[in-house]
Design a protein around this ligand. Sequence first.
Ligand SMILES: NC(=O)c1ccc[n+]([C@@H]2O[C@H](COP(=O)([O-])OP(=O)(O)OC[C@H]3O[C@@H](n4cnc5c(N)ncnc54)[C@H](OP(=O)(O)O)[C@@H]3O)[C@@H](O)[C@H]2O)c1
Length: 374
Amino acid sequence: MTSQPRKGLELRSTITTAGELVLALAEVEIPVPVEDQVVIRIEAAPINPSDLALLLGTADLATLRVDGERTVASVPKETLRTLAARLDQALPVGNEGAGTVIDAGDQARALVGKRVATSGAMYAQWKLARARECLPLPDGTTAAQGASAFVNPMTALAMVEALRREGHKALVHTAAASNLGQMLVKICAADRVPLVNIVRSGEQVALLRGLGAEFVVDSSTPSFRTDLVEAIAATGATLAFDAIGGGRMGSHILTAMETVAARSLTAYNRYGSNVHKQLYIYGRLDPGPTQLDQTFGFAWDVAGFLVTSFLMKAAPEAIQRMRARVMAELTTTFASHYSATISLREALRLDVIRAYARRATGTKYLIDPVQSAL
Ligand SMILES: NC(=O)c1ccc[n+]([C@@H]2O[C@H](COP(=O)([O-])OP(=O)(O)OC[C@H]3O[C@@H](n4cnc5c(N)ncnc54)[C@H](OP(=O)(O)O)[C@@H]3O)[C@@H](O)[C@H]2O)c1
């Protein structure tokens, strides 16, 4: 143990009031840890869609260019108002990741040498954290295996918790070939929760069927809306989690649920059925406006869903149970897939940014800050 302050690189994202996105590596000093603090050498951090929102904001990627040590792009002026709270601040990025504890204060010495998962400002070489913010990973877990132990696993489990808590018996999920969607397929199969997966290509149908998914509907086919109605009829789904956000997908789901509910009506009711339909929007893969056609009666609710808010309200025992399951099934149910591992410097390269910004199936990137020389 060296107990010396460490200097290391940290990726920062700034959006200026002049309408420019600036990505750069800052040199930061990590203080010597005291009391329950630990210093973690960060070894793997995924680039999740939520990280992209902070990293790139609303920048126009067609304007990406290199400017000395920085990567810059123009940000459309009309979007700056929505970014007011972050303007001119060099923000650290990276929601989650894993690494090895290499130094600790007196109260956290037991963690030294342990590989842990933790969260916040993870696109950096070192991180100062409190011991209680670290989740020790099972022995033998690689940093890549532990890097995505929080966000997607806990969100997928939270969806099933919400289903039980709110008394639904089946759920619909969109962008279902995502890393999170693949986890949800496995959780629902194990927990016997009927799941309707909505994807947008034949390859994605095959991918999910390969994982054992029973109901997979493809929004790129002409029969999508009728297929969706029949899948909802077969499962009884009245709950949906939509990662797309923009456009009409949420509306199509509520309408399909209402179509199924209306089959049980014995007489016409101009207000529709009284079967409650719940749509949670939990992602913004399509950043456009959410469009609701109002073709689904009056018994419905649309709300946002954020895993951190859910966990803040959840009972400690529930969180403990969810975390224990993630750790026990980290390399099976909750395995994430990465198409490339890059250094912090590579994360600023124009071609690399364009690749990871696509958010396409099977193209999630992992940052390994150890590869980034000072
Ligand atoms: N609210 C929360 O607390 C919370 C927590 C965790 C994750 N999330 C959200 O969960 C979602 C999945 O995350 P992930 O890390 O699992 O993603 P991922 O592995 O990167 O996969 C993204 C998926 O989204 C699809 N996609 C992209 N743009 C789309 C669009 N406009 N319409 C339909 N599908 C689209 C891609 O399919 P193609 O190949 O067809 O493009 C791909 O299958 C993200 O939206 C993320 O923000 C939210």
